[in-house]
Ligand binder design. Structure first.
Ligand code: SAH
Ligand code: SF4
Ligand code: F3S
Length: 440
């Protein structure tokens, strides 16, 4: 029996793809290796979104060279976004890699590995036309009460800085029935929370034969008995509809949490990013969301140091952040991606300035997050328990509907509350975490 060790880089879609890949391999009799040293097959599911993400994979691949020399039978495979983007270039730079398998091919992974076993040599599989099929089996998850379900693949948006449409291909939605069936089987196995995944999930259903939309999908998944929570990511401001906000307000299982990246607060930069919205439009959407879904938590992404970003542009971003008052925000330093439109513009904001803007924006957001969290002191929040807290194994942790992490003491030392919903009275907060007491 061959053993496999897979490391995942990148976003939640990659984590979902890794689960599907492992599921397929387990179905074919592979087992999961404890570590790289003992694995027969080492796989990396990779990310290309920023140079830093690629560098991390390249450094891991370099480390494996000596390992492979000692164990020639070892199979090393690169999967996912970098595989799609770099193709055979990976073999040229790292001749000890055996297989490069793109983002639309990993349902073929068992066959590819089989072929390698018999034929040896290099195997490149990066066709991008294919519609992927989804296997039934999944590997055991660290948190069995929560699972990703991919509802669509690819992206047609072509924001000027972004590599995703190039590495993930054009948008394809899965039929509602198929998604509901997968979610049902997960719930049957004990899962309580489903996270629906799409790069631009608000356009879900657009290209399906039987036209549908995200709001209808949320309604269909909501009907599953035993399912407690539904989340969905990521929302693009241009495609966000009143319909979806109505469904969020009306369906109790849908978490009151919206991840809707703004990217910048400067209209000049937003235009260069080809986002298709202005800062004003974005802020109006935030206002509408808060009106339609009271107590909704909104999270955002920002890129600092985009080509041509001046101090004034950056100030506009700070202003948007101050006005929108996000629950949390992810901030990235612009990284030119060869092949994208923005990569043709000079990357003219110095690294130091990018770093400094990154830190300033982080500081503003941390302050806002703390101020918002302080308003929760004394409130009772519902928490789906995930396990023990990383920093203190005697305490338990879980998440609220708003996707906030809550840490609390168990009623007894060994009480197993995993997968249960409990009520916690918030007593203390930081910018990232709520602490409180269990209410029985
Ligand atoms: N589909 C999602 C996520 C895309 S990638 C969305 O549209 O929101 C996640 C985040 O990475 C983006 O929101 C953006 O903020 C950031 N990002 C994408 N390309 C980048 C680049 N070239 N440099 C720096 N950050 C980037
Ligand atoms: Fe990239 Fe834009 Fe598509 Fe998001 S919507 S994946 S940022 S191109
Ligand atoms: Fe990275 Fe690919 Fe996701 S580029 S962010 S792993 S879609």
């Amino acid at each position: 029996m061959k053993s496999v060790f897979l490391t995942t880089f990148g976003c939640q879609m990659n984590k979902a793809d890794s689960e599907l890949s492992l599921g397929l391999l387990l179905e074919r009799g592979y087992r999961m290796a404890r570590d790289e040293a003992t694995a027969d097959v080492i796989l990396f599911n990779t990310c290309s979104v920023r140079q830093h993400a690629e560098d991390r994979v390249y450094s891991r691949l370099s480390q494996l060279k000596a390992h492979k020399a000692r164990r020639p039978g070892l199979v090393i495979g690169v999967l996912g976004c970098m595989a799609q983007k770099e193709g055979e270039e990976i073999f040229r730079r790292y001749p000890h890699v055996d297989m490069v398998c793109g983002t639309r091919m990993f349902d073929k992974l068992p066959e590819l590995l089989e072929r390698l076993r018999y034929n040896g040599g290099y195997l490149l599989a990066v066709s991008d036309e294919k519609v992927l099929s989804y296997p039934r089996q999944r590997p055991p998850r660290e948190n069995p009460y929560q699972a990703f379900v991919t509802v669509m693949r690819g992206c047609d948006n072509y924001c000027s800085y972004c590599i995703v449409p190039y590495v993930r291909g054009s948008e394809i939605s899965r039929p509602v029935k198929e998604i509901v069936a997968e979610a049902e089987s997960l719930v049957h196995e004990g899962c309580k929370e489903i996270i629906l995944l799409g790069q631009n999930i608000n356009t879900y259903g657009k290209n399906l034969e039987k036209h549908t939309d995200l709001a209808s999908l949320l309604r269909a998944v909501s009907k599953i008995k035993g399912l407690e929570r539904i989340r969905f990511v990521t929302s693009h401001p241009n495609d966000m509809t009143r319909n979806v906000l109505e469904a969020m307000a009306e369906l109790p299982k849908v978490c009151k949490h919206l991840h809707m990246p703004a990217q910048s607060g400067s209209d000049r930069i937003l235009e260069r990013m080809e986002r298709g919205h202005t800062a004003q439009h974005y802020l109006e959407l935030v206002e509408l969301a808060r009106k339609q879904v009271p107590d909704i938590a909104i999270a955002s992404d920002f890129i600092v140091g985009f080509p041509g970003e001046t101090e004034e542009d950056f100030e506009d971003t700070v202003r948007l952040m101050e006005t929108a008052r996000f629950q949390n925000a992810y901030i990235f330093k612009y990284s030119p991606r060869p092949g994208t439109k923005a990569a043709e513009l000079p990357d003219n904001v110095p690294v130091e300035v990018k770093k400094e803007r990154n830190q300033r924006l982080l500081d503003v957001q941390s302050r806002i997050s703390l101020e918002e969290n302080m308003k929760r002191i004394g409130q009772v929040v519902e928490v789906l328990v995930e396990g023990t807290s990383k920093s203190n194994k005697r305490r338990l942790t879980g998440r609220t509907s708003h996707n906030q992490i809550v840490v609390f003491d168990p009623p007894q030392v060994d009480s197993d509350l995993r997968g249960k919903s409990v009520k916690i009275k918030v007593a203390e907060v930081t910018s990232l975490t709520l602490f409180g007491q269990l209410i029985t």
